[in-house]
Design a protein. Structure first.
Length: 211
């Protein structure tokens, strides 16, 4: 039996605006993953998506807005998981459930975030896209705390009431994601699953109020 040849994905049909937008974002995400934020130009995005630069500008005002859309899409995926997860698995279980998505977000986009912030946020630009990104991020933190609270209650626990809690949990997850990507803990022969179990259980202990 002959080897099956890989088929190229069908080109987006003319007039499929949502499909065209997906093509543009896929092109941009590939550029960032391969060469970082500095490689993100409207011309390069257009070439990867198989469209003209003018078409890209019909969807996005600039590369900063493209980056914001990519980040928002990943955050919305995490929100969807939080809305569907079985809270009976507990606080640590919920964290383990979303960690793969956090790792994927950090792998594809996280390394470019500081450069983007320096160019856009510190530079004073406040586009609609930047505002949207901040809103989606805040909604993600709100959904995270809500789900963790429900998971704690399912086990007869309660979360500590502190406005810093959501940011601490998110930063902890980013730290674990960074270690998993760089393999830092593996230098000491710590298996990824052991690190994940230890980290998520430690976060649970830090956010659950004592009885």
């Amino acid at each position: 039996m002959g080897k099956t040849e890989a088929t190229e994905p069908a080109p987006t049909a003319w007039g499929d605006a949502e499909g065209r937008r997906r093509d543009i974002l896929a092109s941009a995400e590939k550029l960032i993953e391969e060469a970082g934020y500095s490689a993100l130009t409207m011309r390069a995005i257009a070439a990867g998506a198989g469209v003209s630069s003018g078409t890209v500008y019909q969807y996005f005002g600039g590369k900063e807005d493209v980056f914001v859309a990519l980040t928002a899409r990943r955050l919305e995926d995490i929100q969807a998981t939080l809305s569907e997860v079985d809270v009976k698995i507990g606080v640590a279980g919920v964290l383990r459930e979303i960690l793969p998505q956090v790792v994927e977000l950090w792998r594809r986009l996280g390394r470019s975030a500081p450069q983007w912030e320096a160019k856009v946020l510190a530079g004073g630009r406040r586009s609609k896209g930047v505002t949207t990104s901040a809103t989606v991020y805040q909604h993600t933190l709100t959904a995270l705390v809500k789900t963790l609270r429900e998971a704690a209650e399912a086990h007869g626990q309660a979360l500590i009431e502190d406005p810093a809690l959501a940011h601490w949990v998110w930063d902890a997850l980013i730290g674990v994601a960074d270690d998993l990507l760089l393999g830092g803990s593996r230098q000491d022969r710590i298996r990824p699953e052991r690190l994940i179990a230890f980290a998520t259980e430690a976060v649970e202990r830090s956010v659950v109020a004592p009885n």
